[in-house]
Design a protein around this ligand. Structure first.
Ligand code: CTP
Length: 400
């Protein structure tokens, strides 16, 4: 990949692997990138700043000479300039500071201020890497969307054998290229996705629900996140792994979902409703567990739930794009088109849930994308691949 015009800020922290970061700078420069290096005071003890200055052809910012006044200017400048912010090697200390938002030196201050994607390449002793505190900090960072590469396993500088070796410069550069190549066509847009099944309670221990795993909605939320959107995921009951780096709003029942959507939908640019909402709920909720009456049948009366997509369609903002799903077993396109109109949607994703490889609980889907003037049948594909195409079409509709 040609990285010409890409501005990369590389933070180097104090670990023996710091010398390997010199190769990262050379490789990035070779690919045409503009590289700016920030070194912590400890990093400067391992490798002379002059090495990085020579390789990057830019001044190296070190804490050794910095004063808090210059930080104020520099941290904003480099934080804003970065297309990607890389920390390699990343010590347990910088990971902990990032997880807590501590800004007590040039590097931690700058990384806290940046809006660019952040990639950290941890390198440390195995004991430090496997310590619960580090594990928790890494989990926090991942959940915030920080990319973590490695560490690999092998013989460590301290003589121990195990996980803690910084990934090779070549791998780190490949990861930088991958992150930079990701489409950023949803940058600046707010996207809301609903996912999962609703639960309609009958008593404290029983409810009506359906088979939705949340996988399709999660794939959409992840794809939108990776394309730069600010994502809100309104989720009901799900069994799939919940995506990181998105804002989660929990909604158990259709009534909860309606409440959440009334609050959240108005501020969104794009709303995609993949939740499997129960159309009916028990008419009464028993506060105590319903007891068995031997020999007697139990009749449960169901009453209609609100149609949330319809409600969101009624309050649609100018320029907002609304998409929904249609789970069908027959006359798929006809039924989906009726829903498209009734719910004031711009796009409806129809699937025949009876086909193998489509619908609930699978990793693949077979969908037909329907707008007012176009019907596009897609072949079987992963839910993530389908999500990418759905987002492509939504953007086309937005552009008009
Ligand atoms: N939906 C909704 N509120 C409901 C039912 C459905 O918001 N009470 C939304 C779903 O999230 C989906 C779309 O409407 O985006 C279509 O859902 P689907 O279950 O296929 O259709 P229904 O409108 O419920 O019609 P039917 O069950 O009769 O097919």
């Amino acid at each position: 990949m040609n990285l010409a015009g890409k501005k990369i800020v590389l933070g180097v922290t104090g670990g023996i692997a710091a010398y390997k970061s010199a190769e990262i700078v050379s490789r990035l420069r070779h690919l045409g990138a503009e590289v700016h290096v920030i070194m912590t005071e400890n990093a400067a003890k391992f490798v002379a700043p002059l090495t990085f200055q020579t390789l990057s052809a830019n001044p190296v910012v070190t804490d050794t000479f910095a004063t808090p006044e210059t930080w104020n200017v520099e941290h904003v400048a480099l934080a804003k300039l970065a297309d990607i912010f890389v920390i390699a090697p990343a010590t347990a200390n910088i990971l902990a500071k990032m997880a807590c938002g501590i800004a007590d030196d040039m590097l931690s201050t700058t990384v806290l201020a940046t809006k660019a994607p952040v990639l950290a390449a941890p390198a440390m002793n195995t004991g430090m890497w496997t310590a619960p505190a580090t594990a928790q900090n890494v989990e926090t960072l991942r959940n915030r969307g920080v990319h973590i590469i490695g560490p690999g396993s092998g013989m460590l500088a301290c003589g121990d054998e195990g996980a803690g070796r910084m990934s090779e410069p070549e791998e780190i550069v490949a990861e930088i290229e991958r992150i930079l190549a990701a489409k950023a066509d949803l940058q600046g847009l707010k996207v809301l996705v609903t996912a999962g099944a609703t639960r309609e309670r009958l008593d404290p221990v029983r409810f009506l629900t359906n088979d939705s795993s949340g996988k399709m909605g999660f794939a959409l939320a992840e794809a939108a996140r990776d394309r730069g959107a600010e994502v809100t995921l309104v989720k009901g009951s799900t069994t799939a792994k919940v995506p990181s780096g998105v804002r989660i709003v929990e909604a158990e029942s259709a009534a909860d979902l309606l409440r959440a959507m009334k609050k959240e939908a108005g501020r969104q640019d794009i709303v995609i409703q993949a939740a499997a909402v129960a159309d009916y709920r028990p008419a009464t909720f028993s506060k105590t567990k319903i007891k068995k009456k031997a020999g007697e049948a139990l009749t449960v009366t169901l009453e209609e739930n609100p149609d949330i997509a319809k409600a969101v369609g009624a309050m649609k903002k100018k320029g907002q794009i609304l998409a929904g799903f249609a789970a069908e077993t027959d006359h798929v396109v006809k039924h989906a088109k009726e829903k498209l109109a009734a719910k004031n949607l711009d796009l409806i994703v129809a699937n025949d849930v009876t086909r193998p490889g489509a619908g609930f609980n699978t990793d693949t889907n077979i969908v037909t994308l329907i707008t007012a003037d176009r019907t596009e049948e897609l072949p079987i594909m992963t839910k993530r691949a389908a999500a990418e195409i759905i987002l492509d079409r939504i953007l086309e509709i937005r552009k008009g």
